[in-house]
Design a protein around this ligand. Structure first.
Ligand code: FEO
Length: 398
């Protein structure tokens, strides 16, 4: 049975939730499912905006059929060819063979790559600045390369002032009946997941996101309709401000993220002592044990906070593997502009600190504090003094 929501008089959400999915893109754990958004606009012509993941095919087809209410489907605009939005395109074309696919040339190339070059379809190729009038409504097309793949485009509908933003402004998590961000406690319940989604999936491509945000700043936008998560109709400036910060690698908050990997608890002990010292000085602290926390959560918090303390035991003469993986991820995601402090542990040849510094300098504009901490097996008077000094040094940078 169909399950749709009205965005406005002309536009209907025909997407679906998938709560059975536990891993997104084969790597990001999900606790609250995922939504795949598709929208149907009805004017003199009917226009479907994107399709959904294959897991939601049945519901999606029901939704489209219901929302069309007997009308034919004239156009489908394809903004992004990643299969979480396009895997059901071919089946949709089987059901609606007369539909015209509206996309740019890169998208069309990917349609053939995914579905075979012998696929039969009618196309309308659009480029940056082109428009499609479907009655009272007109779509204006904007290329958005690398937000999140190279073919991505967005569209702006100028009558109702809607930005169809592809992956941008999405979040992890199912919608659970809500459609608009103001129907849920977004900042409390979803912002962390929106940050985790953006930073891990698109975070590497900050300059490209900045370029699109610059284009969007010239538009009068009343609604943002992303491909995942909620539609924004209120407080658009808040989520846009987050995107401006994330994409420019500007910390959202002054605060210290302490991330540690600890085999027998002594590096954890040192991290706890440092955290107590910092909080006593009035600083905000967030802490994660890398053995218990998915790296995507840590990456998101590294984008959030101004300061990062990396605490690792020495392992196989190197950095503990989970910390090594985190650093690789932070470098891959282009993190910049943070103040970093280092704590290392090693019972006979501590060198994780030196090696972590060599990784941190691969990121742009990272300030590594001169004060560091070396623990030999467990915290003693000497390393305690170093921790106290490090807390002082961190506090001085606030
Ligand atoms: Fe939600 Fe890049 O796909």
């Amino acid at each position: 049975m169909h399950c749709v929501r009205k965005v406005n008089e002309s536009l209907t959400w025909v997407g679906a939730d998938d709560r059975k999915i536990h891993i997104f893109e084969g790597v990001y754990p999900l606790k609250r499912g995922m939504s795949y958004n598709s929208y149907l606009l009805k004017d003199e012509k009917t226009v479907l905006l994107d399709t959904v993941d294959k897991a939601c095919l049945e519901t999606f087809l029901e939704n489209v059929k219901y929302a069309l209410d007997g009308r034919k489907l004239d156009y489908i605009i394809v903004h992004h060819m990643e299969p979480d939005h396009s895997a059901t395109l071919k089946t949709l074309l089987d059901y609606y063979p007369d539909v015209t696919v509206v996309c740019n040339q890169k998208i069309l190339n990917m349609i053939y790559q995914f579905f075979g070059s012998d696929l039969k379809l009618q196309t309308l190729i659009v480029n940056e600045g082109d428009t499609l009038n479907v009655g009272e409504h007109t779509f204006h097309f904007v290329n958005a390369p690398m937000v999140h793949w190279p073919e991505v485009m967005m569209s702006y509908e100028s009558k109702d002032k809607i930005l169809f933003s592809a992956d941008a402004f999405g979040t992890f998590g199912a919608l659970n009946g809500a459609l608009f961000s103001d129907e849920v406690e977004y900042e409390h319940n979803y912002l962390d997941e929106a940050r985790r989604y953006y930073t891990n999936i698109v975070g590497k491509y900050g300059p490209q996101v900045q370029a699109v945000l610059k284009k969007a700043s010239t538009l009068d936008i009343k609604l943002i309709c992303p491909l995942h998560g909620f539609v924004f109709r209120k407080d658009l400036d808040k989520i846009i401000d987050k995107y401006l910060k994330w994409s420019s690698y500007t910390p959202e908050e002054k605060g210290v993220l302490i991330v540690y990997s600890s085999v027998y608890g002594h590096t954890e002990n040192a991290s706890n002592i440092l955290a107590c010292q910092l909080v006593e000085k009035g600083l905000k602290v967030e802490m994660f044990d890398l053995s218990l926390t998915d790296v995507s959560v840590v990456v998101a918090n590294a984008f959030k906070y101004s300061h990062i303390v990396l605490a690792s035991t020495t392992y196989n003469m190197g950095i503990f593997l989970l910390m090594d993986n985190l650093l690789h991820d932070l470098i891959s995601h282009n993190l910049q502009n943070r103040t970093v402090a280092i704590m290392e542990n090693g019972s006979w040849a501590p060198q994780a600190g030196k090696l972590m510094k060599e990784e941190v300098v691969k990121m742009k504009n990272m300030t590594i504090l001169e004060n560091s901490v070396t623990i030999k097996s467990s915290v003693d008077e000497s390393s305690l003094t170093q921790i106290v000094s490090l807390a002082d040094a961190i506090a001085k940078t606030f």
